[in-house]
Design a protein around this ligand. Structure first.
Ligand code: NA7
Length: 531
């Protein structure tokens, strides 16, 4: 395989993490290169082009903070930006800071191996070999699609589309019979938009999900101006929130189970009307106390019953599991869509999808005929993209072996036996439980500071110690076990992928995490071996 380039740092991925890493590391004078399997920048926003795809974090927050001119000049059009606008923003950032010239597109990493003699990574890609002292995996948390092994899928003669690998050209569903498998966030966003076009839409639901209205709307120019005038303070305030996300409702210490019925209803109604994740901040114990959780869950179930005309459909749509245990959904007219005469909900909770046939789907004892079948079946979250890179560390140890019992690393950044490899928003960091762009900025800045410190001290390799990783994994689990998160089968636990070890992967709570990362750096990278 031909050697394409030798560099100081190779960054894998050109989503928001990769772009920022390229920007910062080049600024520090490192010879840095990027490789990206897509033909353009944007990461998850490059691939997830399904109708209705939108960020659930408000656009004024889901944006970079590192450059004030950028954040002042960019104008968002809606409360929550849709995928085309976020992709345009990523492209704008790449152009503005001349980052694309550093990136080899259409370049997939096939294997990455640490050479102990040279202390460098050899990275085999679909376009040739890169060698680098440091490898930064900015490969995203939700970037490897989950394609369940449906019996007979290849027999289907119509189009099969996955929400996470959507075609670049708009898909016209006019007059089409459409089936969609899955009712997670992607489906909840896509279903109302597809239903508005399709002749008939069948939704195959294995597990119902709680969804709260997003209340998306054109962004009020006064809100945009006021935010920009106060951006620094608002970004700082967000960093002090457990989720890194600000809401119009400040956090409180109230308990839902103790709330007076009228006070409870008024508070929940107010949040339901406002829309967005602020709903889940109504009471401090929703995520930890089963009684409080159930009270809030019951509130959402009662909303579903009010919104859906057919009582049997409403009952099927109403989840019974812990609320906010799986990633909560935000929607625009999701439940109301099931009132349309050409939309049907198919309960596959007991038997699943029996088979895909040449004409459609066999499930719930029926044969359905479709022109298009959509798989909204999610991702091999948090570890999928890292494991797909076939990474081999010291002594021939592979990442898939090292993580066979779940991801084991230190600070979500570094893995024992894999020196000079950094993971941006890796498992064990707050990542998906926060505003991802904020989490990315914190990680990339930490990595930049680390590489600068190593260079100053003439240190060639950095590696997390096994003890530090073990106690970090314990820490992540201990915090998760104080909450209700482990009580359902979420992708946070890897439970959506058959055979994947059940371990809670993200770390709950951003501010103490960021503080801990800073402490580690200040204490001369304690927990790492430096050589
Ligand atoms: P999710 O949230 O993982 O949802 C996937 C959906 O697909 C969910 O309803 C699953 O049901 C369903 N699914 C998965 N496999 C199957 C099979 N084999 N048969 C039937 N149904 C299946 O993915 P999304 O893309 O919606 O969202 C991912 C994240 O992207 C989201 O959380 C945001 O952070 C952005 P299940 O619940 O497992 O029974």
């Amino acid at each position: 395989m031909r050697l394409v380039e030798e560099c100081d740092v190779l960054v894998v991925g050109a989503g928001f993490g990769g772009l920022y890493a390229l920007y910062l590391l080049r600024q520090e004078g490192f010879h840095v290169k990027g490789v990206e399997r897509a033909s353009g920048v944007g990461g998850t926003w490059f691939w997830n082009r399904y109708p209705g795809a939108r960020c659930d974090v408000e656009s004024l927050q889901y944006s970079y903070s590192f450059d004030d001119e950028l954040q002042q000049e960019w104008e968002w059009s809606e409360r929550y930006a849709a995928q085309p606008e976020i992709l345009e923003y990523a492209e704008h950032v790449a152009d503005r800071f001349d980052l694309s010239s550093l990136i080899a597109f259409d370049t997939n990493v096939e294997a990455a191996t640490f050479n102990e003699d040279s202390g460098r990574w050899r990275v085999e890609t679909s376009q040739g070999v890169y060698e680098a002292q440091f490898l930064v995996a900015a490969t995203g948390c939700l970037s490897t699609t989950n394609l369940p092994k449906f019996d007979g899928l290849s027999n289907f003669t119509g189009d099969v589309l996955h929400t996470g690998q959507w075609p670049h050209e708009p898909v016209d569903f006019t007059g089409q019979r459409v089936g969609i498998i899955g009712t997670g966030s992607s489906a909840v966003q896509a279903i109302p938009v597809i239903a508005a076009q399709a002749a008939h839409l069948s939704v195959f639901q294995r597990t119902p999900n709680y969804s709260v209205p997003a209340r998306n709307e054109p962004l009020d120019p006064r809100v945009q101006t006021a935010t920009k005038q106060n951006y620094e303070a608002l970004r700082q305030a967000a960093q002090e929130e457990r989720s890194g996300i600000l809401s119009v409702f400040p956090p409180n210490e109230d308990s839902a189970k103790d709330a007076d019925p009228l006070e409870f209803k008024n508070r929940m109604d107010e949040r339901w009307e406002e829309g967005g994740f602020g709903f889940y901040r109504a009471y401090a114990d929703i995520g930890i106390d089963p009684t409080s959780n159930e009270r809030v869950a019951e509130y959402v179930r009662s909303q579903i019953v009010d919104l859906v005309d057919d009582a049997a459909t409403a009952q099927l749509l109403a989840p019974t599991n812990t609320i906010a245990c799986k990633r909560p959904c935000l929607d625009t007219g999701y439940y109301e869509t099931f009132n349309l005469p050409h939309v049907e909900l198919v309960d596959i909770s007991s038997e699943g999808i029996e088979a895909i046939t040449s004409d459609g789907v066999r499930a719930a004892g029926r044969d359905f005929e479709f022109d298009v079948l959509i798989l909204a079946t999610g991702f091999d979250a948090m570890t999928g993209a890292l494991l797909n890179m076939n990474i081999t560390g010291k002594g021939g140890s592979t990442l898939s072996n090292a993580w066979s019992a779940g991801p084991r690393n230190y600070l979500g950044l570094s893995i024992p036996e894999f020196p000079n490899l950094f993971t941006v928003t890796g498992p064990g960091s707050p990542s998906v439980l926060t505003n991802m762009i904020m989490a990315i900025e914190q990680h990339v800045e930490w990595i930049r500071d680390c590489l600068v410190a190593l260079r100053q001290k003439g240190i060639k390799t950095i590696e997390a110690s096994p003890q530090a990783a073990d106690s970090w994994v314990d820490h992540v689990n201990r915090i998760a076990n104080q909450t209700l998160y482990p009580t359902c089968n979420s992708w946070y636990l890897g439970a959506n992928i058959p055979g994947k070890t059940r371990v809670f992967m993200p770390l709950i709570g951003y501010p103490p995490y960021a503080e801990r990362c800073q402490q580690v750096a200040d204490n001369n990278y304690e927990g790492f071996a430096l050589a």
